[in-house]
Design a protein around this ligand. Structure first.
Ligand code: BGC
Length: 862
């Protein structure tokens, strides 16, 4: 993965020295806050005139300078027109430029809240945090569809559903932009996997794009009035996003009339002239392609019109003028870098997102007064895991781990026992007892051919956690052949790890059990095998280093020996056991995809705990669905905590002990296995179908890239659209989440007919009642799905078109009215290239998940 942004201290230091100016800033800020900072949906004639006047003062070289970034996270300043450099920061879970921050439940966790009001509050908090750091462009929200559970960045995105994403992204953007900060909706578009993200070419038809992958961007532009969009790394139908005519010119700037700045993802530009001509306004983080050398010549030769460059510059000016960035300092001393006021927002998101998936015999909520000893076990119990890895990774000021959250809640009367329960990875490599015949053969080629240099090591333990290394001057491939004798019968874990772009396979008795496929980064790989006492196996590991040196580790361990002694001891003496499993920034991250299975050893850890104490609750941290098949039927309760941000430990404890009634709902369908997922066959590139892309970067020799093709043959059948259309069932359906109370739905009122032409602007009103039928207060998400059985074309069996979160005291009822506009009934007609309604019968269903919709009514559209 890229070396992410070295922290710079400049702005903070300089601003400190300007202490005397603070008083002025404060007064000025008060003035600015009185005037709304929210960028208007369109520009006033005054802004247009000012932008054009500024443009006339620039030379062609200055204009080009403005459309390429500098110092990783800035645009260039143009002192002659008083334009400061504009600062950017990532912010999927917290504003991270630079140093510690308030880390919120963002991305998939936000989606699990299904709370539009919270989306706005989160946006406002992030906007304030950004102003406290002088940030002009917040590099979020990410709204790519969670097409597959293994995508390494789902945790930064929202859900598998375009309607849910759209409904949340609009208030989020309003929140951010109300603080005088531009949101940047990303990654436009079809960046649904981290695997080989720079090179993958997504082959997708227009209807699928318009109905599934583009609506959240469309809502961000048309309803959210977002002032920046970020192009993704990948190609779409043969063109990189940054130079994609269809995405950028036809759809974004044409159909949706986007008037803001279209910037590239970091190093996602491949051709300066093509990008300039196809809508890219700003190349980040530096002008590798859209620079003076390329573009001055291109303007002179007529390959790029100067008016095209002017349009980009004007867009940057307009956004700067809309927010007043030329008239006031972006750093706002009224906002704290660490705001105590934001901690409740961080806690609120965590509480609202935690999703209870299983609660057999009402084992939850736990009763602290009945617990003398609680055992808290597992790698995600401590330290706190606030978010995933990559550019969104935020260091929280005061993160609360699950151990601390529970201990704080139960107080000193309850005995708290904590153990991680699993060894460190290197311990497995160091302590594997290989038989004496191990051989390491280093070949002078990348194909395990030629005469190898051999040695007889005792183990395979060179692993180092590095992303990059020095280039490999001589091609090499390394083959390990070894044998291992099982001292006793049981399950054995085969564990391997390498670094950066290394590749390897591991075979046991001639059968390949592990293959590392990621390109930019990776997580440790493992496989579980059954061995009988005394059984000998032959192991072959073919290791292909991506860089100089050998950074490969391999080990085998008996699974029950791997679990620390304390797990059994603590579990058996505790009244209740909490096993905190899941991912973390090194196993789920930008740059590579994650496994569907839990990280190595964790299945065995749960099995060991529940075997010692059936009163075991599993909590999970991660960005989506995962494999539960080894233990779910043995464990009475499962709590999905997403990436809960800095207050996660407090929130998990509050939910476990009933201080907060769980209200999170799955924003994705939860599969039984990765193979079951509807996108399984349409995710990794078609084997042997790579094409070449020839790229010439200034001052460098041309480079040929391999372009793998991923065919989106699943079309509209993403997530629950597949499950409901096929009549098959995932493990847990989209929209599902348990509560400590119960709700009922009643009194559906749907008009029996409507006319196509008169639906908008008021919409068709559908109303119903939601009642809390249990004995504690709680919140329910009422979900409205529409089916179009008389459509002339194939449509998913049902689609989400409305929802509302309702908080109710026990016994109380709320009457909910949802409004359905024309789009709610439409599909994208490929022949007319437009949205269309087929008149006829529509079915409206209301309930609490795709699989439980007790209310149903028909509506005929004429
Ligand atoms: C990520 C973007 C991020 C950018 C700047 C890239 O690697 O894909 O999401 O905004 O870096 O940090």
């Amino acid at each position: 993965m890229k070396n992410h942004r070295i922290a710079s201290t400049e702005s903070f230091m300089r601003i400190r020295l300007l202490g005397f100016a603070l008083t002025f800033f404060v007064l000025f800020t008060v003035f600015c806050r009185l005037a709304p900072a929210q960028a208007p949906a369109s520009d006033s004639p005054a802004i247009e005139a000012k932008a054009r006047a500024m443009l006339t003062k620039l030379t062609l070289e200055e204009k080009i300078k403005l459309i390429g970034g500098v110092d990783s996270m800035f645009t260039n300043a143009i002192p002659s027109i008083d334009l400061p450099r504009l600062k950017m920061s990532d912010a999927s879970v917290g504003v991270r430029t630079w140093g510690p921050t308030t880390a919120y439940a963002g991305g998939a966790a936000l989606a699990a809240t299904w709370d539009k009001n919270f989306a706005k509050e989160l946006g406002e908090s992030l906007g304030r945090d950004a102003r406290a750091r002088g940030v002009n462009f917040l590099l979020g929200p990410g709204v790519n569809i969670a097409k597959a559970p293994v995508n390494g960045r789902n945790f930064e995105y929202l859900s598998e559903d375009p309607y849910l994403n759209s409904a949340l992204v609009v208030p989020y953007i309003h929140g951010v932009q109300s603080q005088g900060v531009s949101a940047t909706v990303k990654h436009y578009a079809l960046n649904n996997e981290e695997y080989n993200r720079h090179n993958v070419d997504v082959e997708v038809d227009e209807r699928t794009m318009r109905e599934i992958y583009l609506p959240a961007f469309e809502a961000a532009v048309k309803q959210g009035h977002v002032t920046a969009v970020m192009n993704s790394y990948n190609l779409v139908n043969g063109e990189h996003a940054t130079q994609n005519t269809f995405l950028n010119l036809k759809v974004l700037k044409g159909d949706w009339k986007f008037s803001g700045v279209l910037m590239s993802d970091w190093d996602a530009t491949y051709d300066g002239v093509a990008a300039a001509n196809n809508g890219l306004d700003l190349e980040m983080p530096s002008a590798r392609f859209m620079n003076e050398q390329t573009l001055v010549a291109a303007v002179k030769s007529g390959a790029v019109k100067e008016a095209t460059i002017d349009d980009k510059v004007l867009r940057i000016f307009r956004v700067a003028l809309r927010y007043g960035w030329l008239d006031r300092p972006q750093f706002d001393p009224a906002d704290s870098t660490y705001s105590v006021a934001d901690r409740p927002i961080a806690l609120k998101g965590a509480l609202e997102s935690i999703t209870l998936l299983k609660n057999e015999n009402h084992i939850l909520p736990l009763d602290a007064s009945k617990i003398k000893t609680i055992a808290i076990i597992g790698p995600d119990a401590w330290p706190a895991v606030v978010g995933g890895g990559g550019s969104s990774q935020a260091d929280a000021f005061q993160p609360v781990s699950i151990v601390a959250g529970i201990a704080n809640l139960v107080g000193s009367d309850v005995h708290v026992l904590y153990t991680r329960g699993l060894p460190e990875m290197n311990d497995v490599f160091w302590h594997t007892s290989w038989e004496a015949d191990m051989k390491e053969a280093t070949y002078p080629s990348k194909t395990f051919s030629g005469s190898p240099v051999t040695s007889t090591p005792h183990g395979i333990n060179n692993y180092k956690q590095e992303w990059w290394g020095p280039a490999d001057k001589t091609p090499r491939s390394i083959r390990y052949t070894a044998s291992f004798k099982a001292p006793k019968a049981g399950k054995y874990l085969v564990l391997a790890a390498a670094s950066g772009s290394d590749h390897y396979t591991v075979s046991v008795d001639g059968r390949q059990i592990i293959e590392q496929v990621q390109v930019e980064g990776q997580y440790p790989e493992s496989a579980s095998i059954d061995l009988s006492a005394g059984q000998s196996i032959s192991v072959v590991a073919d290791y292909l280093p991506g860089f100089a040196g050998n950074r490969f580790g391999l080990g085998i361990v008996n699974e029950s020996d791997m679990i620390s002694e304390e797990v059994k001891k603590f579990s058996s003496i505790a009244d209740t056991v909490v096993v905190a499993v899941g991912f973390n920034p090194s196993t789920e991250s930008e740059g590579f995809d994650r496994s569907f299975t839990l990280p190595w050893g964790q299945d065995a850890l749960i099995e060991a705990a529940v075997a010692a104490n059936p009163h075991t609750v599993v909590t999970f941290i991660g960005g989506g669905a995962f494999d539960t098949h080894r233990w779910l039927d043995k464990v009475p309760a499962l709590v999905h905590a997403w990436y809960p941000g800095q207050e996660g430990g407090t929130a998990v404890a509050d939910v476990l002990f009933g201080r907060h009634n769980p209200e999170g709902k799955l924003p994705v369908s939860f599969d039984r296995s990765w193979q079951d997922d509807p996108s399984y066959q349409y995710y990794y590139p078609l084997k042997g179908a790579d094409t070449k892309l020839h790229v010439t970067e200034n001052n460098h020799s041309p480079v040929d890239y391999d372009i793998p093709h991923v065919k989106y043959g699943d079309k509209l059948m993403v997530g629950y659209r597949y499950w409901t259309t096929t009549g098959k069932h995932p493990l847990f359906p989209f929209g599902f989440g348990l509560s400590y109370t119960t709700f009922s739905f009643s009194h559906l009122d749907v008009p029996s007919s409507a006319n196509t032409g008169t639906i908008d602007p008021n919409g068709i009103q559908v109303s119903f009642d939601v009642t809390n039928t249990g004995s504690v207060a709680g919140a329910e998400v009422a979900q409205l799905y529409i089916s179009d059985p008389s459509a002339k074309t194939t449509r998913p069996e049902r689609e989400l078109k409305g929802f509302e979160k309702v908080s109710l005291a026990p016994g109380k009822t709320k009457h909910v009215t949802l409004s359905l506009d024309t789009r709610a009934f439409s599909y994208w007609d490929e022949s007319t290239h437009n949205w269309t309604i087929d008149p006829g019968k529509f079915v409206i269903r209301v309930g609490d998940s795709t699989e439980n919709t007790p209310l149903q009514g028909d509506l005929t559209i004429n």
